[in-house]
Design a protein around this ligand. Structure first.
Ligand SMILES: CC(C)(COP(=O)(O)OP(=O)(O)OC[C@H]1O[C@@H](n2cnc3c(N)ncnc32)[C@H](O)[C@@H]1OP(=O)(O)O)[C@@H](O)C(=O)NCCC(=O)NCCS
Length: 199
Protein backbone atom coordinates (compact mmCIF):
# COMPACT_ATOMS: atom_id res chain seq x y z
CA UNK A 1 0.00 0.00 0.00
CA UNK A 2 1.44 3.37 -1.03
CA UNK A 3 1.56 6.32 1.36
CA UNK A 4 2.91 9.84 1.04
CA UNK A 5 6.55 8.75 1.20
CA UNK A 6 6.19 5.73 -1.07
CA UNK A 7 4.74 5.75 -4.57
CA UNK A 8 3.30 3.11 -6.88
CA UNK A 9 2.82 4.33 -10.46
CA UNK A 10 0.92 2.58 -13.22
CA UNK A 11 2.21 3.86 -16.56
CA UNK A 12 0.28 3.11 -19.76
CA UNK A 13 -1.76 4.81 -22.53
CA UNK A 14 -3.79 6.55 -19.84
CA UNK A 15 -0.65 8.30 -18.59
CA UNK A 16 1.14 7.96 -15.28
CA UNK A 17 -1.26 7.26 -12.43
CA UNK A 18 -0.37 7.05 -8.77
CA UNK A 19 -2.22 4.09 -7.27
CA UNK A 20 -2.51 2.42 -3.86
CA UNK A 21 -1.98 -1.11 -5.13
CA UNK A 22 -1.89 -3.08 -8.36
CA UNK A 23 -3.69 -6.30 -9.30
CA UNK A 24 -1.30 -9.27 -9.27
CA UNK A 25 1.18 -7.52 -6.97
CA UNK A 26 1.52 -7.41 -3.21
CA UNK A 27 3.76 -4.43 -2.46
CA UNK A 28 4.89 -3.69 1.10
CA UNK A 29 6.89 -0.72 2.35
CA UNK A 30 8.60 -0.77 5.72
CA UNK A 31 10.52 2.48 5.05
CA UNK A 32 10.28 5.68 3.05
CA UNK A 33 11.03 7.18 -0.38
CA UNK A 34 10.42 4.04 -2.44
CA UNK A 35 9.08 4.04 -6.00
CA UNK A 36 7.42 1.30 -8.05
CA UNK A 37 6.84 1.91 -11.77
CA UNK A 38 4.70 -0.66 -13.56
CA UNK A 39 4.47 -0.13 -17.33
CA UNK A 40 1.32 -2.15 -18.02
CA UNK A 41 -2.21 -1.73 -19.32
CA UNK A 42 -4.99 -3.36 -17.30
CA UNK A 43 -4.91 -6.33 -19.69
CA UNK A 44 -1.12 -6.68 -19.42
CA UNK A 45 -1.41 -6.67 -15.63
CA UNK A 46 -3.33 -9.96 -15.79
CA UNK A 47 -0.10 -11.67 -16.87
CA UNK A 48 1.35 -11.06 -13.38
CA UNK A 49 0.17 -13.19 -10.49
CA UNK A 50 1.20 -13.43 -6.86
CA UNK A 51 4.17 -11.10 -7.24
CA UNK A 52 5.54 -9.84 -3.91
CA UNK A 53 7.77 -6.80 -3.55
CA UNK A 54 9.08 -5.63 -0.17
CA UNK A 55 10.96 -2.38 0.36
CA UNK A 56 13.06 -0.69 3.03
CA UNK A 57 14.17 2.89 2.13
CA UNK A 58 14.93 4.67 -1.17
CA UNK A 59 14.25 1.63 -3.36
CA UNK A 60 13.11 1.49 -6.97
CA UNK A 61 11.38 -1.31 -8.85
CA UNK A 62 10.52 -1.07 -12.54
CA UNK A 63 8.29 -3.71 -14.13
CA UNK A 64 7.84 -3.86 -17.93
CA UNK A 65 4.95 -5.75 -19.56
CA UNK A 66 5.14 -9.35 -20.70
CA UNK A 67 3.44 -11.29 -23.49
CA UNK A 68 4.03 -14.50 -21.45
CA UNK A 69 3.36 -14.65 -17.71
CA UNK A 70 5.22 -13.95 -14.50
CA UNK A 71 4.01 -15.55 -11.29
CA UNK A 72 5.33 -16.09 -7.77
CA UNK A 73 8.06 -13.49 -8.14
CA UNK A 74 9.43 -12.51 -4.71
CA UNK A 75 11.52 -9.34 -4.53
CA UNK A 76 13.31 -7.85 -1.50
CA UNK A 77 14.65 -4.35 -2.10
CA UNK A 78 16.74 -3.10 0.79
CA UNK A 79 17.98 0.46 1.20
CA UNK A 80 19.00 2.43 -1.92
CA UNK A 81 18.63 -0.58 -4.20
CA UNK A 82 16.93 -1.19 -7.51
CA UNK A 83 15.26 -4.02 -9.43
CA UNK A 84 14.35 -3.77 -13.10
CA UNK A 85 12.39 -6.51 -14.89
CA UNK A 86 12.65 -6.25 -18.68
CA UNK A 87 9.71 -6.76 -21.00
CA UNK A 88 8.48 -10.17 -22.13
CA UNK A 89 9.90 -12.10 -19.19
CA UNK A 90 8.54 -15.56 -18.46
CA UNK A 91 8.73 -17.26 -15.09
CA UNK A 92 6.72 -19.43 -12.72
CA UNK A 93 8.68 -18.07 -9.76
CA UNK A 94 12.03 -16.68 -8.67
CA UNK A 95 13.45 -14.60 -5.82
CA UNK A 96 15.59 -11.46 -5.76
CA UNK A 97 17.42 -9.92 -2.79
CA UNK A 98 18.95 -6.52 -3.56
CA UNK A 99 20.87 -4.96 -0.69
CA UNK A 100 23.11 -2.02 0.15
CA UNK A 101 22.94 0.24 -2.88
CA UNK A 102 22.92 -2.41 -5.61
CA UNK A 103 20.87 -3.20 -8.70
CA UNK A 104 19.49 -6.36 -10.21
CA UNK A 105 18.64 -5.75 -13.85
CA UNK A 106 17.00 -8.38 -16.05
CA UNK A 107 16.94 -7.67 -19.78
CA UNK A 108 14.10 -8.17 -22.24
CA UNK A 109 12.80 -11.56 -23.33
CA UNK A 110 14.45 -13.63 -20.60
CA UNK A 111 13.04 -16.90 -19.22
CA UNK A 112 13.78 -17.54 -15.56
CA UNK A 113 13.55 -21.14 -14.32
CA UNK A 114 11.46 -21.92 -11.28
CA UNK A 115 13.14 -21.37 -7.90
CA UNK A 116 16.12 -19.47 -9.30
CA UNK A 117 17.58 -16.91 -6.90
CA UNK A 118 19.35 -13.59 -7.45
CA UNK A 119 21.40 -12.12 -4.57
CA UNK A 120 23.40 -8.90 -4.91
CA UNK A 121 24.80 -9.30 -1.38
CA UNK A 122 26.13 -12.23 0.64
CA UNK A 123 24.23 -10.84 3.66
CA UNK A 124 27.24 -11.22 5.99
CA UNK A 125 30.64 -9.54 5.77
CA UNK A 126 33.82 -11.51 5.09
CA UNK A 127 37.25 -10.02 6.02
CA UNK A 128 40.89 -10.94 5.42
CA UNK A 129 43.45 -10.96 8.25
CA UNK A 130 44.01 -7.18 7.86
CA UNK A 131 40.34 -6.44 8.25
CA UNK A 132 39.84 -5.68 4.55
CA UNK A 133 36.25 -6.35 3.50
CA UNK A 134 36.40 -9.07 0.86
CA UNK A 135 32.81 -9.49 -0.28
CA UNK A 136 31.08 -6.15 -0.87
CA UNK A 137 27.68 -6.30 -2.58
CA UNK A 138 27.66 -5.79 -6.35
CA UNK A 139 25.15 -5.46 -9.17
CA UNK A 140 23.69 -8.31 -11.19
CA UNK A 141 22.99 -7.70 -14.88
CA UNK A 142 21.23 -10.26 -17.06
CA UNK A 143 21.20 -9.44 -20.78
CA UNK A 144 18.40 -9.80 -23.30
CA UNK A 145 16.96 -13.16 -24.34
CA UNK A 146 18.69 -15.19 -21.63
CA UNK A 147 17.26 -18.57 -20.61
CA UNK A 148 18.01 -19.39 -16.98
CA UNK A 149 17.32 -23.04 -16.05
CA UNK A 150 15.58 -24.18 -12.91
CA UNK A 151 17.04 -23.55 -9.45
CA UNK A 152 20.00 -21.41 -10.49
CA UNK A 153 21.83 -19.27 -7.93
CA UNK A 154 22.94 -15.92 -9.31
CA UNK A 155 25.32 -14.11 -6.96
CA UNK A 156 26.79 -10.60 -6.75
CA UNK A 157 28.94 -9.41 -9.72
CA UNK A 158 27.16 -11.69 -12.18
CA UNK A 159 26.86 -10.34 -15.70
CA UNK A 160 25.33 -12.56 -18.39
CA UNK A 161 25.49 -11.37 -22.01
CA UNK A 162 22.61 -11.57 -24.49
CA UNK A 163 21.30 -14.91 -25.80
CA UNK A 164 23.03 -17.12 -23.21
CA UNK A 165 21.53 -20.29 -21.71
CA UNK A 166 22.21 -21.24 -18.09
CA UNK A 167 21.94 -24.93 -17.17
CA UNK A 168 19.68 -26.05 -14.36
CA UNK A 169 21.12 -25.64 -10.84
CA UNK A 170 24.09 -23.59 -12.05
CA UNK A 171 25.81 -21.02 -9.82
CA UNK A 172 26.92 -17.74 -11.39
CA UNK A 173 29.28 -15.39 -9.56
CA UNK A 174 31.28 -13.41 -12.14
CA UNK A 175 31.08 -11.40 -15.33
CA UNK A 176 30.65 -13.68 -18.33
CA UNK A 177 31.62 -11.94 -21.56
CA UNK A 178 30.62 -14.31 -24.38
CA UNK A 179 27.23 -13.85 -26.01
CA UNK A 180 25.31 -16.92 -27.23
CA UNK A 181 27.07 -19.23 -24.78
CA UNK A 182 25.82 -22.24 -22.80
CA UNK A 183 26.94 -21.78 -19.17
CA UNK A 184 26.65 -24.71 -16.79
CA UNK A 185 27.90 -25.89 -13.42
CA UNK A 186 28.97 -24.48 -10.06
CA UNK A 187 30.60 -22.07 -10.71
CA UNK A 188 29.28 -22.00 -14.27
CA UNK A 189 31.69 -22.31 -17.17
CA UNK A 190 31.15 -22.09 -20.91
CA UNK A 191 30.25 -25.53 -22.30
CA UNK A 192 29.06 -24.51 -25.79
CA UNK A 193 29.56 -21.39 -27.94
CA UNK A 194 27.53 -19.83 -30.76
CA UNK A 195 24.29 -21.37 -29.52
CA UNK A 196 20.84 -19.88 -29.87
CA UNK A 197 17.57 -20.80 -28.18
CA UNK A 198 13.88 -20.27 -28.67
CA UNK A 199 10.93 -20.24 -26.27
C1 LIG B 1 21.35 -26.35 -20.26
C2 LIG B 1 20.71 -27.45 -21.07
C3 LIG B 1 19.49 -26.89 -21.81
C4 LIG B 1 21.77 -27.91 -22.08
O1 LIG B 1 21.29 -28.99 -22.82
P1 LIG B 1 22.25 -29.68 -23.92
O2 LIG B 1 22.74 -28.66 -24.90
O3 LIG B 1 21.52 -30.89 -24.44
O4 LIG B 1 23.49 -30.08 -23.02
P2 LIG B 1 24.32 -31.45 -23.02
O5 LIG B 1 23.50 -32.54 -22.40
O6 LIG B 1 24.87 -31.64 -24.42
O7 LIG B 1 25.50 -31.11 -22.02
C5 LIG B 1 26.68 -30.44 -22.43
C6 LIG B 1 27.66 -30.50 -21.27
O8 LIG B 1 27.15 -29.66 -20.21
C7 LIG B 1 26.90 -30.42 -19.03
N1 LIG B 1 25.66 -29.95 -18.46
C8 LIG B 1 24.47 -29.78 -19.07
N2 LIG B 1 23.58 -29.24 -18.23
C9 LIG B 1 24.21 -29.08 -17.06
C10 LIG B 1 23.80 -28.56 -15.83
N3 LIG B 1 22.56 -28.11 -15.63
N4 LIG B 1 24.71 -28.52 -14.84
C11 LIG B 1 25.98 -28.96 -15.02
N5 LIG B 1 26.42 -29.46 -16.19
C12 LIG B 1 25.53 -29.52 -17.19
C13 LIG B 1 26.80 -31.86 -19.51
O9 LIG B 1 27.12 -32.77 -18.47
C14 LIG B 1 27.81 -31.87 -20.64
O10 LIG B 1 29.09 -31.90 -20.06
P3 LIG B 1 30.31 -32.71 -20.78
O11 LIG B 1 30.48 -32.08 -22.14
O12 LIG B 1 31.47 -32.46 -19.87
O13 LIG B 1 29.87 -34.13 -20.85
C15 LIG B 1 20.27 -28.61 -20.17
O14 LIG B 1 21.40 -29.40 -19.76
C16 LIG B 1 19.54 -28.15 -18.91
O15 LIG B 1 20.10 -27.76 -17.88
N6 LIG B 1 18.19 -28.24 -19.01
C17 LIG B 1 17.28 -27.85 -17.93
C18 LIG B 1 16.63 -26.55 -18.32
C19 LIG B 1 15.54 -26.21 -17.37
O16 LIG B 1 15.76 -26.06 -16.17
N7 LIG B 1 14.35 -26.04 -17.90
C20 LIG B 1 13.19 -25.68 -17.08
C21 LIG B 1 12.37 -24.60 -17.77
S1 LIG B 1 13.10 -23.00 -17.62
Amino acid sequence: MADSDNSIYLINNNGKTKVDNVEGFNIKFSGVHNVVEIYCSDEELRKFQNCNIRFRDNGLTVIKPTCYSVSNMDIDIESDSKFILGKNTFSYGFTVACKRNTSCIIGDGSFIGTASKFRTSDAHKLYDKNGVWLNPPADIVIGNHVWIGQECLILKKTVVPDNCVIGARSLLNKEYKTKNALLVGSPAVIKKRNISWEP
